[in-house]
Design a protein around this ligand. Structure first.
Ligand SMILES: Cc1cc2nc3c(=O)[nH]c(=O)nc-3n(C[C@H](O)[C@H](O)[C@H](O)COP(=O)(O)OP(=O)(O)OC[C@H]3O[C@@H](n4cnc5c(N)ncnc54)[C@H](O)[C@@H]3O)c2cc1C
Length: 356
């Protein structure tokens, strides 16, 4: 069995982002790297979106970038600008292609389907496979999105609808998310925040059809692409070890109140690259403790009182959009944190602080 200096387990977003970051900064010169990835082919399977609060390596993989977004309740809409932090969507198909083309140039990087094909003993490991064995009670963000195409122009492609709560709520929090890539193409996504055991929420096809045809009033369209997924809104069981660092979802890179992970993965990759020569002695890279604490309370409120959440999100966005974006992207200062906290209903959050 072959030995490698480094092994990346899982060639998805985090595994490939890290390999790319190391390769373009020549950190793999005279080093060997194995990437373990079971999938048989790379194709578009996700649309990664985020407010661009830090630079990243994938501007050329963008589907689109917007400077306006809206939040919608049944009887009111808020229009907001994000000139300083454009909202960007990355096409995972372009991302995989770009990275794999680059990695192919280095003969010391090899892909394998399975860890049993190589020797894990003497290598430093970056693992992106989440350990979900204790995930029973956790909250998930689960969703299904379709990219639809219309014959005639239909969408305003200058503005995304970040959260449309004007839809059926059932027992948990539900909203629609619409990203208009052009005037006749958009990703329309139904999103739920709930535990995964309620399968009655998974009639995604019906929800999407009903929303497009009766809410958007669009009858003539075709579906070009479907994506479906679930993001754990809790930390997985993965623990770092002397010769192993967890990355991606497994490495705690998801912001638990929002599910946003992509940019945190990019920042983590950069951190590993900057500390690569000293990686065994470097402190863990984590989402700041204050966000972990505030998100924990926020998620308790979502779990206990999903009905009040649309109003809470709406109120949150009455702070300046820059403040909210920085807060949701882990970039806020204490005054900005306070401005968000003061928008929350005090008693509901104080109760959630003391009662699990
Ligand atoms: C459909 C979808 C849309 C999302 N959209 C957004 C978004 O808009 N914005 C955002 O910030 N975040 C988003 N996320 C969350 C997060 O960014 C993604 O989940 C991201 O892909 C996480 O990267 P990762 O490397 O941790 O996991 P993955 O990208 O899932 O990579 C893990 C890899 O491990 C491989 N693997 C699995 N089992 C094994 C095994 N036993 N051995 C070896 N390899 C294995 C898998 O095949 C996969 O390639 C989304 C998630 C999903 C599922």
């Amino acid at each position: 069995m072959k030995d490698f200096d480094y092994i990346i387990i899982g060639g998805g977003c985090a595994g490939l982002s890290l390999a790319y970051e190391l390769e373009i900064h020549s950190k793999l010169k005279n080093k060997t790297l194995a990437i373990i990835e079971p999938r048989h082919e790379y194709k578009r399977d996700k649309t990664w979106s985020f407010w661009k609060t830090v630079p990243h390596n994938f501007e050329d993989c963008l589907k689109k970038s917007w400077k306006n977004f809206s939040i919608n309740l049944p009887n009111k809409t808020k229009h907001l600008e994000c000139n300083n932090y454009p909202y960007q969507s990355i096409d995972s198909g372009l991302f995989y292609e770009k990275i794999n083309n680059k990695l192919k140039e280095n003969k010391n990087i090899n892909f394998f389907k399975n860890t049993e094909e190589i020797n894990l003993e003497n290598s430093f490991i970056f693992n992106s496979v989440p350990d979900l064995k204790n995930s029973k009670n956790g909250l998930w963000q689960h969703f299904c999105g379709v990219e639809i195409e219309t014959k005639n122009n239909f969408f305003d492609d200058e503005i995304i609808n970040l959260m449309d709560f004007d839809c059926e709520q059932r027992k948990s929090l539900h909203f629609f998310y619409t990203l208009p890539f052009t005037k006749n193409k958009a990703l329309v996504e139904t999103t739920w925040l709930s535990s995964m055991d309620d399968i009655s929420e998974k009639d995604y096809d019906n929800q999407i059809k009903e929303y497009i045809e009766n809410h958007l009033n669009l009858k003539d369209y075709k579906i070009n692409y479907i994506e479906q997924g679930a993001i754990p809104l809790f930390y997985t069981e993965n623990k770092n070890q002397k010769n192993k660092i967890n990355i991606g979802t497994a490495g705690g890179m998801t912001r638990l109140s929002t599910g946003y992970t992509f940019l945190n993965i990019q920042e983590h990759s950069k951190f590993i690259r900057e500390n690569f020569e000293n990686i065994t002695k470097t402190k863990e890279f984590k989402i700041e403790k204050k966000y972990q604490f505030l998100d924990k309370i926020f998620l308790r409120v979502i779990k206990k009182n999903p009905k009040i959440m649309p109003d809470i999100f709406f109120k949150m966005f009455s702070s300046s959009s820059n403040t909210v974006i920085r807060f949701l992207s882990n970039k806020s200062n204490i005054l900005e944190d306070l401005s968000i906290i003061l928008k929350m209903p005090k008693w509901t959050f104080i109760k959630a602080l003391f009662k699990n």
